[in-house]
Design a protein around this ligand. Structure first.
Ligand code: SF4
Length: 151
């Protein structure tokens, strides 16, 4: 929540320190553009669970989870959103309470692709869709192949 010029200065300082001292940093943000700028690896969380994780460019250029896709479409930076701009990702409704997590996939109450399977079964975090890239979605292969979900 810093002023833009101060933010740039802080980010550049962190990057310099990371390089100089060979540091590992955990940077928590809601801004995927900033995450892309500063990180080598991105982990996307929804309601306290990791739903997608992978090398930064893989997550940004080929987001596998609908929540990550919606975050990228909503990104204020056009270079992040342009690949998904032609796709509507209509996330609706309120985020569920962390003290009352929905059954099945915890994103199903807001996911435009949710099916009965999503309402019943919590998808595991799997790494067999794109090498080195983990995702918790029953239909991640369909997104990669551009198929309609569940068909
Ligand atoms: S498992 Fe189903 S509800 Fe969850 S993100 Fe994937 S398509 Fe959406």
């Amino acid at each position: 929540m810093l002023d833009v010029s101060i933010r740039a200065g802080v980010l550049n300082l962190l990057l310099r320190l990371k390089g100089e001292f060979n540091l590992t940093m955990l940077f928590i943000t809601h801004d995927l553009a900033v995450a892309r700028y500063i990180s080598d690896k991105i982990c996307v969380m929804y309601l306290g669970r990791i739903v997608e994780m992978g090398p930064t460019e893989s997550v940004v250029n080929q987001p596998l989870h609908p929540y990550t896709q919606a975050l990228l479409v909503a990104a204020p930076r056009p270079d992040l959103a342009h690949k998904l701009a032609e796709r509507e990702i209509p996330i609706t409704g309120e985020i569920a309470s962390a003290s009352n997590i929905p059954p099945g996939c915890r994103f199903h109450t807001r996911c435009p692709y949710a099916t009965d399977l999503c309402k019943r079964e919590d998808p595991p975090l799997r790494g067999d869709v794109v090498p080195g890239h983990l995702v918790a979605c029953h239909y991640a292969e369909d997104f990669v192949k551009g198929k309609p979900v569940g068909k």
